[in-house]
Design a protein. Structure first.
Length: 297
């Protein structure tokens, strides 16, 4: 008796004209595609509306219903960059850039070795350690704001950019450790054992073996930490003044007791959001790869 069962081929379905019938695409895929486009459109419309309003005058921006086809002008951007007023946003933008970039670099320097120890090296009760990291994010920032303010006042660090760098580092470090651990768990142990057999130390292994493999994960983690630091307002609003004020703090200055200058606020919001948008588009492929790399852990 033969162990292989012969199955007769199913004849291809043909049309009345005798031509083979093409297989139909499932309708569920088309519906999901349409739904994805609709959801993406809903997310993009407010941003496009903000950009359009930023090019309108204050009179046209305040009309109800809104004037979509109103004449375009750059008065909002001129007011934001201090044309005619003498105020400049560049110190605030540089403060935000300094605090975000420096804190992100420090977070990566601290998070990668910690995640390496928790994912590759045997650590007892590593789940408790990870829960401890995550529990530091459970306390609302406003609950610890008064002790932080009193410490900054006692140490003379009020209105100091380095205080924000330390706080942003502490704020983003638990998230970075969690993300980097999931990425480092994907590194094959055989590669690390081969590097150890060749005499590579810990720093050399992290720099030349582990880092190139988890580069998409590092990019995703750094981008998320940068966005969180750039958008932070509560700490910067409370602990800074005229010297170390960040871009979100400068943005709130357009909401005055005289009223809401909608066109200026939209122009300022678009300029403040532009670095995040540029960084997101520049690291888009790495971000997708990194989030997909750590999705299975």
């Amino acid at each position: 008796m033969s162990s292989v069962t012969d199955v007769a081929p199913v004849p291809a379905t043909r049309t009345p004209e005798g031509e083979p019938r093409r297989p139909r695409k499932p309708r569920s895929g088309a519906l999901l595609g349409v739904a994805a486009w609709l959801i993406g459109f809903l997310f993009v419309v407010p941003v496009l509306w903000m950009v359009l309003t930023s090019f309108h005058s204050e009179e046209d921006a305040a009309t109800n219903p809104p004037s979509v086809f109103a004449p375009l002008t750059t008065e909002g951007y001129q007011s934001f960059f201090g044309v005619g007023t003498g105020t400049s946003p560049w110190p605030s933008l540089l403060n935000s850039l300094t605090a975000s970039v420096v804190s992100t670099i420090i977070v990566l320097v601290l998070a990668i070795p910690a995640a390496y120890a928790l994912s590759i090296k045997p650590v007892r009760k590593w789940t408790d350690v990870m829960f401890f990291f995550l529990s530091t994010r459970m306390l609302p920032i406003v609950a610890g704001l008064l002790p932080i303010y009193l410490f900054a006042q006692w140490s003379g660090l009020l209105d100091n950019i380095w205080l924000l760098i330390v706080l942003y580092t502490a704020m983003n470090l638990p998230i970075a450790v969690w993300m980097m651990r999931s990425f480092l768990a994907e590194v094959p142990v055989e590669i690390l054992e081969a590097a150890s057999m060749d005499g590579a130390g810990l720093l050399l292994t992290l720099r030349q073996v582990v880092a190139p493999i988890v580069l998409p994960g590092i990019a995703a983690t750094s981008l998320i930490c940068f966005i969180f630091s750039w958008n932070e307002l509560l700490l910067a609003r409370t602990l800074t003044g005229t010297v170390a004020g960040t871009a979100p703090v400068y943005l709130t200055g357009f909401v005055t007791s005289q009223g809401l200058f909608l066109a200026q606020v939209c122009a300022a919001s678009f300029v403040v959001s532009l670095p995040v948008l540029v960084a997101g588009f520049a690291a888009q492929d790495k971000l997708v790869q990194g989030l997909s790399l750590g999705a299975v852990k």
